[in-house]
Ligand binder design. Sequence first.
Ligand SMILES: Nc1ncnc2c1ncn2[C@@H]1O[C@H](COP(=O)(O)OP(=O)(O)OP(=O)(O)O)[C@@H](O)[C@H]1O
Length: 589
Amino acid sequence: MSKPKENIFDFKLFKRLFEYIKPYKVVFSGLVILVVLLAVFSAATPYITKFAIDDSIAVKAEEGFLFYIMIMLAILILQTVFQLLFIYYASWLGQNLVMDVRVKLFDHLLRFKMKYYDNSSVGVLITRAVTDMERIADIFGQGLFMIIRDLLTMSVVFGVMVYTNYKLSGIVFVMLPLLLYATRIFQKYMKKAFEEVRNEVSNLNSFVQERLTGMKILQLFTREAIELKNFKEINERHKKGWVKTVWYNSIFFPLADLVSSVCIGLVAWYGGLNVVLEGSSVSQGVLVSFIMYIPMLFRPLRQIADKFNTLQMGMVAATRVFKVIDTTSQIDDTGTHVADAFKGHITFDDVHFSYVEDEEVLKGISFEVKAGETIAIVGATGAGKSTIINLLNRFYEIGDGVIAVDGINIKDVTLSSLRTQIAVVLQDVFLFADTILNNITLNHPEITEEQVQQAAKDIGIHDFIMTLPNGYHYNVKERGVMLSSGQRQLISFLRAYVTNPSILVLDEATSSVDSYSEQLIQNATDKITKGRTSIVIAHRLATIKKADKIIVMEAGEIVEQGTHKELLKKENGYYKNLYEVQFLQEEVA
Ligand SMILES: Nc1ncnc2c1ncn2[C@@H]1O[C@H](COP(=O)(O)OP(=O)(O)OP(=O)(O)O)[C@@H](O)[C@H]1O
């Protein structure tokens, strides 16, 4: 978490937020005018009351009294209308501004490279995109304008009081600094407590999000009790943060009430004495108006402290959101070559790569895949097979070496055209909580249902999809829980196939599926790799045998290359060894 700032206002941050207000200048200006009008009107009622008392009530003069009442009524009506407009448009402005910031944030998140996500907590990012945004909206909906309105009201009231009777005002001036000082201290403590709360909200979000995603594992390993304990601890810290704010509130507000009441008491006492004294400047009307003014001066002050909290929570949230927006973690997209269609000749030339500095995962990889060929990559777990996939798509930047397609360095190709031409089927299939159709097209506007059905027929999975209730419109629910892993794989094959990519990268699933699904998957694999350059991280012997070339990887290096037959001939070869340990049984079976 960033170090809490000592100053109450972060002007730089405000300047930045005001950039987002520019499109709503008219509403903003209207709000400023309303703020001024509301401040003036709120001071008017006691002022007119003073005249009503002194000119009509005290001297028992009937004429003019109705006039004062009518003016007060008119002010009341206008005040109500202005108040309504003010509250509505202040929130309207906050929500509109936040909508724009949220879109900007999400647009940014969509472009971050994988490395950013490797090091970020999803829960924290969700907090930024959802909860923090509401806090930013509150800056305008409940914080800033209200503070300005209160400050202006106080200034106007203050001015009118001094103008009316400076001696009585003197009593108020003596008491006011006391409350100001208490407000300042209160506000400082509240800021700290709110930062604690915000932190714990982020922690709660990431904890819950992660546990819900991994619920199966928790239940399989019966970790419910432990996780509940961990959850209770974070929850406890969250509660403590909130209770602190409640504690500060419960000290401050009664104290503020006390100061206000004492002040009224003093004014009533001193003013009252003066009213009865001959020749005093304090009339009954002045005394009553002062008793009306004092709460108008003290109450906003209390509320300002409250609004400052809102403002500060909003500022903390805005600082965090802008921190994400300011993060430049995109993959460089400076390439200018637009790849309409690749022939599919891939070369890796002495490619070095590390996810974490100084821990090289690929140590000078060189290989070639000719257009239309299928190569299989095999090797022990952690050898670096999936990393090759990550690099071809430019999910990560390579350290040294060159990766080229059709002789063009992939860095020189625009990122979107590169990724459009290379379809990837990952081992862990991710499905969205949507229909099968939308999971296949990923909402691409130009892929029609007919095309999807034809593609499904081509790779032999149309019949399977039609067996599902609602067929292509079957909703697979979150992460595709309504489908088996084999079925999910078939959907992901279709997702890749329907885009008609020039190059296909396939990470074969290791999980075993029933023989019917296995057959469907085999057929689909044959169909989608046929005639198109394919790189398959192979776990099935059938795929490996059919490959034009096998690349054997070991600890970040290519240790052997060749066809199945060629590699088996190598005495004590890596592949021969792997085959005997891993695949021989499969073949015998
Ligand atoms: N996102 C990441 N951040 C840091 N290190 C990573 C990341 N992904 C993989 N690695 C490391 O890189 C090495 C190679 O991983 P890779 O996933 O390429 O292996 P693999 O050969 O595909 O393994 P498997 O067959 O188990 O999928 C491993 O040591 C792994 O720990």
